[in-house]
Each structure stands twice: as C-alpha cells, then as structure tokens.
Design a protein around this ligand. Structure first.
Ligand code: DGL
Length: 263
C-alpha cells in the first residue's frame, strides 16, 4: 500500500486523539481524517442499537467520501459492538480499540483496575476479556462518564480538579497495582490520574499497540518525517469550539469541519 495511505479515526469526542497521537508519532506521513460523533456524545450512556446505527452510517460515509484505506475505531465503547458489522461492510482493514486487560493482567502482582465508560464495563465483550485473560488476577471495574467529560474539558483549556478526580477514582484507590485506561479519553488525563493513584500504580492503554497494528496492516517499513494531511470533522458544532480549535492546531489539525452526513 502507498506511503500516503488515508486513515480514518473515529470516536464520540476528543478521546480518539490520544490514539491519533500514537499512530501519528509512528507514521507522520499518512493522511489523517478524524471524525467525532459529538451529536450523540457520550457513547458510554447510549443504547446499543443507536450506537451501532450511528457508527456504521458515519464511518461508511466517510470511507466512501474520502477513499479511506484503513479505519481505526478509536473508542472502546463502540469497538466492543461495531467491529463485526463494519468489517462485513468494508473491504479495507478496520482496527478496533478494546481495553488492554491481557497485558495489564500479565503485569499485575495484586489486582487490575479497569477504568472505562459505564457501557464498556457492562458489556459482555469486556466480561469475556476478563474471563479469558485475567483468570488469576481480580479486576476492579470503575465506570464513569464524568471522567470522560474531564478529558473533554482539558482539551478546551480547563484544568482538572484534582479533588474531584480523587473522589472519582476512590473505588480503586489502594486496591490495584495496574490500571487499564479503558476509554480513549483517559490517556489525555493520564498525568492527573497517575498523580491521584500514585507512582506505584502502572497505567496501561492500547494506543501503542494500535499504532503498531496500523503500521503492520499498511505494510509500511520506513517512516518518513514529511507530514501528510490532517482534517477533522464533527457531527454537531462542538462546545467551546474556539478553545478546542486551539488544541487541535497544536496537534496539526485545522479547525473542526461539519461532517454533513445525515443520520
Ligand atoms: N472515548 C470513548 C471510549 O473509548 C467513549 C467516550 C464516551 O463517549 O462515553 O470508550
């Protein structure tokens, strides 16, 4: 495949940017298209059928419109249900992000914390991951939409309230030695989570593994330093758009464009 492959990254909000950063650091030469379905945010509280219909519609449209070569569903909440239908519809690779239970369990001595959205911790898919890959270590689950909101706020320039974060993370505090960041929004507030849980807790996410997988699927051996294009689309006008656009510029994007896809 060509070195200028077009990659589409999908999330409900800014969380997928944490995955974009990992892929982009490895493969800056690719053309990146990022779309977020903020009209239906937060996905962690959306019903199964609505989520499935929205992701399919947005992704299939973007793929056709921009001749995408590879899709990354940079959202744990969506990946745990949309991958089979997207893969059935598309002839290009579709990479999903699911909670990194297996590596976390291998690294843990005591217990694993899974920090994710309320939907992800309820999903059968997640329970299967735990059954299959963490038989010997207990997994403490923590589902929170407020944590997702905090990452959205941070990318609009708002500081994280450490006191609030401390009370949100209290259910796993001092109980686990490895914590999975099972929502792509959370690496964006990794430093703050680390400060609250303490240095003795190892934080694990799927970003780097996804970047490696993308490189492998596109069969790219050499990386080039010359950057490709970066475009970002949303399904609704984002709140605090000006502040968000400032952060997006630092990540190499221009301002958010409306995706103009009716759902
Ligand atoms: N970033 C998403 C995830 O990885 C979902 C956040 C949300 O919309 O609830 O699960």
């Amino acid at each position: 495949m060509s070195q200028q492959a077009k990659v589409l990254i999908f999330d409900s909000g800014v969380g997928g940017l944490s995955v974009y950063q990992e892929i982009e650091a490895r493969l800056p030469q690719l053309d990146y298209f990022y779309i977020f379905d903020n009209a239906a945010y937060p996905y962690g509280e959306l019903d199964h059928q609505t989520l499935l219909a929205r992701v399919n519609r947005l992704v299939l449209n973007m793929v056709a419109k921009h001749q995408i070569d590879l899709v990354v569903i940079a959202c744990n909440t969506a990946s745990t249900i949309v991958l089979p239908s997207l893969r059935a519809e598309l002839s290009i690779p579709v990479v999903g992000v699911v909670p990194a239970i297996k590596p976390a369990s291998n690294l843990a001595n005591k217990a694993v914390g899974l920090i994710a959205t309320p939907a992800t911790i309820k999903r059968e898919y997640t329970h299967e991951l735990i059954r299959d890959f963490s038989q010997s270590k207990p997994v403490e689950m923590l589902g929170s939409t407020r944590l997702v909101d905090m990452a959205e706020e941070k990318l609009r320039g708002k500081a994280i309230n450490i006191e609030e974060l401390t009370s949100l993370l209290a259910p796993i505090q001092n109980k686990v030695d490895v914590a999975v960041l099972g929502c792509t929004h959370f690496p964006l507030i990794r430093e703050e989570i680390q400060a609250v849980l303490g240095d003795q807790v190892l934080l694990v996410d799927s970003g780097e593994a996804i970047a490696r997988r993308v490189q492998e699927l596109l069969a790219i051996k050499e990386t080039e330093q010359e950057k490709g294009g970066r475009e970002i689309f949303s399904s609704a006008p984002p709140w605090e758009e000006g502040a968000l656009n400032q952060t997006l510029q630092l990540l190499g994007f221009s301002s958010v464009n409306p995706c103009q896809i009716e759902i």
